[in-house]
Structure formats: C-alpha cells, structure tokens
Write a protein that binds this ligand. Sequence first.
Ligand SMILES: NC(=O)c1ccc[n+]([C@@H]2O[C@H](COP(=O)([O-])OP(=O)(O)OC[C@H]3O[C@@H](n4cnc5c(N)ncnc54)[C@H](O)[C@@H]3O)[C@@H](O)[C@H]2O)c1
Length: 259
Amino acid sequence: MSTGKGRVGGKVALVTGAASGLGAESARRLAREGAAVMLSDLASDAGEQLARSIEDAGGQAAFITHDVVSEDDWARAVAATVERFGKLNVLVNNAGISGGGFELMTHSLEDWRRILSINLDGVFLGLRHAGPAMAAAGGGSVINLSSILGKVGMPGAAAYCASKGGVALLTKAAALEWAPFGIRVNSVHPGFIDTPMVSGVIHRAENGNEMREMIISRHALGRLGEPREIADAIVFLASDESSFMTGAELVVDGGYTAQ
Ligand SMILES: NC(=O)c1ccc[n+]([C@@H]2O[C@H](COP(=O)([O-])OP(=O)(O)OC[C@H]3O[C@@H](n4cnc5c(N)ncnc54)[C@H](O)[C@@H]3O)[C@@H](O)[C@H]2O)c1
C-alpha cells in the first residue's frame, strides 16, 4: 500500500501516457509525494523502465500497456490498478497526440477522427471506466490534460484545438455530475512545454528554428515551460490542497493566453 507521507500520501493514481513527457514527470512526482502510481502507455519498454526506476528510488509504481481508445484496455487498466494497489483515487488523463499540420481544406476525415479519438474519446473512456472505482473509494480527483489550444485557436491545428476544447467542457460537465460522489474533475492547460511532443513538431517543420523562436515569443515569460512545471500543477490538483476546486481550468502557460 502507499505510505501516508507526502502531499498525496495514501492515494493511488493511474496516469495515462506515462512513458514520456508530462505523463512521465507527473508519475515521478506523484510517486515522490507518496502516491502509489499505475503508469499506462502504448510504449511498453519506456513505461516499464520508468516504473522500475520509480521503485528503485523508493516509490511505488507498476506499468500496464494501454491504448486509451480501447474500452477493453481501460477495463484492464482500472482493474489492474485496484488489484495491485487496492483502490483508485486519482486519474490523470494525459495521453494525447499533437495535431499540427492539420490544414482544414486538405486534411481528411480520417485524420480528424484519429486526433479526436485519442485526445477526446480517450478522456471520455477514462472517466467512464475509472469513475465507478473512484466512487467506490469514496471520491477522488480526475485531472484532464487540455491545453492553451483548448482555450484559443491556432491555424493548422483545428482538430487538436477541437479535441482540447472538448476536454475542457467535458471536464466541467463531469465535475457537476460527479460532485455528489466526491470526485473532483479539473483540466490543466499547459502552454508549450519542452517534451518529445513539442520537439517532434519543431523537428518535423521545414523552418524548425524559426518556429521555435516564434513559439517562445508568444509566452510572456520568454521560454518554453518545463515538464516539472506542469507536473507540479497536477500534484496540486491530485492532492487535498485543491479540495475546493472542481470544474476549473488551471492555466500554466507562461502568459501565453494573457495577451
Ligand atoms: N507538451 C506540450 O507543450 C503540451 C501542451 C499542452 C497540452 N499538452 C498535452 O499534454 C499531454 C502529454 O503531452 P506530452 O507533451 O507529454 O506528449 P508526449 O508525446 O511526450 O507523450 C505522450 C504519451 O502519450 C502516449 N500515447 C499516445 N497515444 C496513446 C494512446 N492511444 N494510448 C496510450 N498512450 C498514448 C505516447 O506513447 C506518449 O508516451 C497530451 O495530452 C498533450 O496534448 C502538451
């Protein structure tokens, strides 16, 4: 069982997309703050390795291979978490894909559906499957990864924006529906954070350096964010420090949307 010490001591968390970027850093920090963490991802090698390294550092962690668009996988991931750690208190719906290069006049319905299915259907399925276990545990906290692009638009990213805007409103509807169960549901809206997702988009662009500078210039703080800065927000929402927050949008964007 998880220890009682730390900001999320005694809690059990399931983090999707935990093999990389924001999910990996969130899993590390939740474990460091006392939670037992089930990491899930499509990327099994990296996920298993991270779970082992958390355990080696004295935390409690396990890994399960999990595609967030599969209902069967969700059922297995929730059951495995409860079987291994006894309950489920915290769900971090983090798995997602970028949607840059989505020009509305040329891109296919298939591309649109792929982005919406991972980024939005995946969050719905997470709520649908984790909800009963969290209610059975007497309540908990769901943290959904939206984006600044769930609040403001960006050319060439229509499907991504639609998916992340959907996550923001799905979060509010779930928060209202689940308040009676003691389950809080909030969304996190990162600016551009230095993860493999963002470096991949910049790397694939013809004018990568220019694009990086342009992205940086849109953040008032004049830099990309670090994964730690989002993971800290996620630990806060997972912990009882945020006990009066539900249905909220926590924007962590270096001032991107302040202008
Ligand atoms: N990095 C940013 O700047 C940024 C900004 C705003 C929002 N976000 C959101 O934060 C989340 C994490 O982003 P990141 O930057 O860490 O990305 P990342 O690419 O570094 O990591 C995403 C992880 O999700 C996993 N994944 C992808 N599809 C999956 C599926 N179908 N099932 C299970 N796992 C799957 C990948 O294997 C990967 O390990 C995403 O939802 C992203 O949209 C990121």
